[in-house]
Design a protein around this ligand. Structure first.
Ligand SMILES: [Fe+2]
Ligand SMILES: [Fe+2]
Length: 178
């Protein structure tokens, strides 16, 4: 399998979660109330899976190894856009977290912001994923030798293996600091 194989498989799960998030918006609007439990799980999914696990492999491994390659101006431009888009996605999630926390405290404030940030994320990801799947991942593989691709796939596995340990170590450290 090419290293972009696992990334594309991860895109499919992200799409399924986004569909659930999109479906939650009208439900919350109808009830005029936020589903805090669902939001907490969705935020954990976006932060731990879509951002740390998935964008992590893209940025820390794939983009890192592409950076020194003689990329075409178009591929360089797309890679920079993808990095910028990851940054803006993180900001959207932070806004959602703040709004969710505010709503959880007050049971009313933050509701509009929850809906706006959810809509923002649901609108953002499909075009980002399409850009990677259709315009970048496969052509990007041409810059690597077979050995480099095999090593990248191996590094992806090691990266994934460490994630659960990293997540729960950070959780413990967070509580210890309080
Ligand atoms: Fe990405
Ligand atoms: Fe991606």
């Amino acid at each position: 399998m090419m290293p972009v194989g696992p990334l594309m498989i991860e895109h499919r799960l992200i799409e399924r979660m986004l569909k659930l998030m999109a479906e939650e918006v009208p439900k919350m609007e109808e009830k005029r109330g936020a589903n805090i439990e669902f939001l907490s799980e969705a935020i954990d999914f976006i932060r731990s899976y879509a951002d740390r696990c998935h964008h992590g492999k893209e940025e820390d491994i794939l983009f890192r190894d592409l950076a020194p390659k003689p990329l075409s101006p178009e591929h360089k431009k797309v890679m920079n856009e993808l990095v910028e888009e990851h940054i803006s996605a993180r900001k959207m999630v932070s806004r959602l977290v703040d709004a969710k926390n505010l709503y959880a405290r007050t049971q009313k404030d933050g509701f509009r912001e929850i809906i706006t940030s959810l809509r923002g994320l649901v609108e953002f990801y499909p075009s980002h994923i399409a850009k990677e799947d259709k315009n970048f991942f496969i052509p990007a593989m041409k810059y690597f030798t077979q050995k480099e691709k095999d090593d990248m796939l191996q590094e992806f596995c090691t990266f994934d293996k460490n994630l659960v340990h990293e997540k729960y170590r950070k959780m413990v450290e967070g509580y210890e600091r309080k």
